[in-house]
Design a protein around this ligand. Structure first.
Ligand code: FAQ
Length: 326
């Protein structure tokens, strides 16, 4: 109902009146939050719907690589923590779908876009989790990269997205720590455990750097998104910060970052690092990632198998409304 109302408003106001546009731009420039019923340019609405829904899809698809290890976690403590983490990711997906719905697209439409391959989700979740050390590496590197990207989004210009990010960032910070704690245990364990930790770092390092998106000069959306304060830092700025924070953490673990060109650059006060394989990135974006097909199959099956839950919830709601009206 709310969604339909918003859609109507969007069509009526889609005239891009210069006065409205100027007022909108001034509010954004003053760091005001834009709220669902405020006027906004159609391109702003579209960009946000794309980014927030893709973010939501990433959280939901992102449950799969770790979900794969819940039954094989090495202790009850590890199992309970991993279960809680994977549930948190589901929660993040839900807040984000709700935030995106306030822009006028229904959850069903967004899910359909994911299942038909029209909408993207983060490349990182198209890689397999081969050993328990991968669970450590995901928490440390993938959640670490996610936090780096998401902390600035707490100040994104769209209110519902910014507010969703506050809670998500708190939880992601716990996720990063649990991953790093696994890495500490593995890196200080038996030679075989240390070898597994190094192998996980070797496989997850470059895909984690790709999470930040293409280099700024090849990023079609960054300039406008920075102007509208949807993005607060560019892909390259965030990637650099991530490298600078993470390399010392690898050193503390006694592990080697798999980049022969990695070198501290005193002048820029950050690390220089080797070339990212952008061919691989674009192939994964096109749906050619190592486990892309399995990921989409699992999501479609989950959606189909959950149909009865959605139907039951809708029937319950209809009955509740009927009783209230009577
Ligand atoms: N994967 O012009 P840009 C997580 C696409 S959550 C796939 O730079 P933009 C939590 C991009 O969509 C991880 N596609 O685009 C967790 C665009 O295509 P489009 C997700 C990518 O939007 C942890 C095209 O390339 N986080 O990990 C990727 O300005 C552990 C051109 O790119 C978010 O979504 C990619 N990596 O910047 C869960 C954060 N990068 O849509 C479970 C919010 C780029 O025009 C376990 N999103 N593309 O067809 C963002 O900050 C931005 O959307 C970027 C991309 C930075 C991802």
């Amino acid at each position: 109902m709310y969604t339909t109302e918003l859609q109507k408003t969007a069509t009526i106001e889609n005239l891009e009146d210069p006065k409205l546009l100027d007022a909108f731009e001034a509010r954004v420039a003053a760091d005001d939050f834009i709220e669902p019923k405020d006027w906004m340019p159609e391109a702003y609405r579209r960009t946000l719907t794309r980014q927030i829904s893709q973010h939501a899809h990433s959280e939901i698809v992102g449950m799969l690589p770790e979900g794969n290890w819940i039954t094989r976690a090495p202790s009850l403590r590890r199992k309970a923590i991993l279960l809680a983490k994977v549930q948190d990711e589901a929660g993040h997906g839900l807040y984000l779908y709700c935030a995106a719905e306030t822009l006028g697209t229904s959850r069903e439409e967004m899910v359909e876009a994911l299942h038909s391959g029209k909408a993207k989700y983060s490349t990182i979740f198209n890689y397999p989790t081969l050993t328990w050390a991968d669970i450590g590496a995901i928490g440390w590197l993938v959640d670490g990269a996610a936090i780096m990207n998401q902390v600035p989004l707490q100040r994104t210009s769209y209110g519902p997205y910014a507010r969703a990010m506050v809670r998500i960032c708190k939880e992601e910070s716990f996720h990063q720590r649990q991953g790093y704690e696994i890495m500490i245990a593995m890196a200080n364990g038996s030679p075989e455990q240390k070898r597994m930790a190094q192998d996980a770092l070797d496989r997850w390092w470059w895909p984690s750097l790709m999470m930040f998106g293409p280099p700024d000069e090849n990023s079609p959306n960054t300039a406008q998104s920075m102007r509208w304060r949807i993005k607060r830092e560019t892909n390259d700025e965030l990637r650099q910060k991530f490298v600078d924070i993470t390399v010392p953490q690898a050193e503390f673990l006694g592990l080697k970052v798999p980049d022969p060109d990695l070198e501290w650059n005193e002048e820029k006060g950050g690390y220089d690092f080797g070339d990212i394989d952008w061919e691989e990135f674009y192939a994964v974006v096109r749906g050619e990632g190592p486990v892309a097909k399995e990921r989409m199959k699992a999501r479609r099956e989950a959606w189909d198998e959950g149909a009865w839950v959605r139907e039951a919830a809708a029937a319950h709601e209809a009955k509740r409304k009927q009783r209230k009206a009577a």
